[in-house]
Design a protein around this ligand. Structure first.
Ligand code: GLU
Length: 448
């Protein structure tokens, strides 16, 4: 069976860094096996789903370079859910319930008060036909619950968490359909996973208890409607938290737009999120093939993965320092050529800073005030400046001999006069870019 994974966002908002991580891991899991990565838009909630978010999700995945091998939308698959629902109903696995939200809340409180788990008491299961008919006659439309089989223990071997066991009698029969006929997440997702041949469900650990319930749903659906399908494998990754170790509000709203604005390259985010929370080192790996090759669920930890902006910035800078001119040419300031990129690249945290450094070459620059002694030294530098294939080396050796200066007093006034800065790109690479004429002009201006 072809490995098939899916990323299943609800288009009720923008993707945040936690979603991006889930998408990435599903993509890597599929690619490692030469399989398929599907985008499934979970838009059964018509009220909260928005087309603009669907488009934003696609755009974000494209920016990240996580191209899906197929896209499906739940809103276009309602007939499948209807058919599955009918089959489960015929098999006695769904039942109507009539409690209002307030009634359910009251029942919950009473159970909690008695020290019982706040699960649904299945009162609707013991309604007689006459009682049901009476409810309907009153105009109360039922919502629908999936009936868990209390004699069928729930267990699976989770790709991250190892053996997982649940006692079905300690779980509520999940509501799968609202009184207005609309679907809750649980059933459509299981139907789709079977119908689309999803082999691996990889999602956040907030879904562990959904999986427990869905496992019985999968079994019932395979028996009633999808005899050729197979139950997928499940893996639940630990959640992403802020550096402080807490679930942060900020992370919940931190998405591709913010990263782009911050000057973060998609590749940096990918390199960080690929291994964050695993036992493998987070490294500035630009080659996705390497990340895919080393992707391994068994290296994922159970502890929350800590997202640290400073770490992302470090990875970003290290990746920018590796980038070739051709990859970035269209994002560089006008006139900046390959030699310019190579000279400036090691100084960048973000590509967008290239313009600031390039101004050291094109000017104008702001020179500091120099002491009399340094002015004389810079006049000597202007006199000795000669142009060959390594003018910086030639100039500094000549000055060393003629003035006896060395170290900082030799180099710093030159850097300051030639660039207006105390630090920056390697002068050996920069000086040829500044050019002989501008260099002499700057030295003379500083010595005046
Ligand atoms: N739409 C669900 C969510 O956003 C999908 C969960 C899943 O992967 O099954 O949480």
């Amino acid at each position: 069976m072809t490995t098939t994974t899916r990323f299943a966002p609800s288009p009720t908002g923008r993707l945040h860094v936690g979603n991006i991580r889930t998408a990435l891991h599903n993509w890597m899991l599929a690619k490692k096996q030469g399989g398929r990565f599907l985008l499934r838009i979970d838009d059964t909630d018509a009220e909260r789903s928005r087309e603009e978010y669907v488009e934003a999700i696609r755009a974000d995945l494209a920016w990240l370079g996580l191209q899906p091998d197929g896209e499906e939308r739940q809103s276009q698959r309602l007939e499948l859910y209807e058919a599955a629902f009918a089959a489960l109903k015929a098999a006695g696995r769904v039942y109507p319930a009539y409690e209002t939200a307030q009634e359910l809340e009251l029942k919950r409180k009473i159970r909690l008060g008695r020290g019982l788990p706040p699960i649904y008491d299945r009162a609707a299961l013991s309604l007689t036909d006459a009682e049901r008919a009476a409810k309907e006659a009153e105009g109360v439309a039922p919502h629908w619950r999936f009936k868990l089989d209390h004699d069928e223990p729930i267990a699976w071997n989770d790709g991250v968490r190892g053996t997982q066991k649940f006692d079905p009698s300690q779980l509520s029969d999940p509501v799968i359909r609202r009184a207005d006929g609309s679907w809750l997440y649980m059933l459509p997702s299981a139907v789709d996973d079977l119908d689309m041949g999803v082999t691996d469900v990889l999602r956040g650990e907030d879904h562990v208890s959904n999986t427990a319930v869905q496992i019985q749903m999968f079994t019932a659906l395979i028996a009633a409607q999808y005899p050729a399908a197979r139950m997928p494998s499940f893996a639940h990754e630990a959640l992403l938290v802020g550096r402080e170790g807490k679930l942060s509000k900020r992370l919940g709203s931190l998405g591709c737009d913010a990263f782009r604005e911050q000057g973060i390259e998609p590749q940096a985010l990918i390199a960080l999120l690929a291994r964050l929370g695993t036992s493998q080192p987070v490294e500035p790996i630009a080659d996705r093939a390497v990340l895919i090759e080393t992707f391994d669920l068994s290296t994922f930890g159970r502890a929350p993965a800590k997202f640290d902006d400073a770490e992302l910035e470090r990875i970003n800078a290290a990746l920018v320092h590796q980038m070739e001119f051709a990859e970035v040419a269209d994002r560089l300031p006008e006139g900046m050529d390959e030699a310019g990129w190579h000279a400036i690249r090691p100084n960048l945290g973000h590509i967008s800073e290239a313009g600031d450094w390039w101004r050291l070459v094109t000017g104008p620059i702001d020179q500091p005030a120099f002491s009399d002694e340094d002015r004389a030294y810079l006049a000597e530098a202007a006199r000795l400046l000669a142009w060959d294939n390594d003018p910086w080396h030639a100039l500094t050796s000549a000055l060393k001999t003629s003035t006896g200066r060395k170290g900082k007093p030799l180099f710093l006034p030159l850097r300051q006069a030639l660039t207006g800065m105390d630090h920056g790109p390697d002068m050996g690479e920069l000086l040829p870019l500044i050019g002989e004429e501008a260099a002499r002009r700057r030295l003379l201006a500083a010595s005046a």
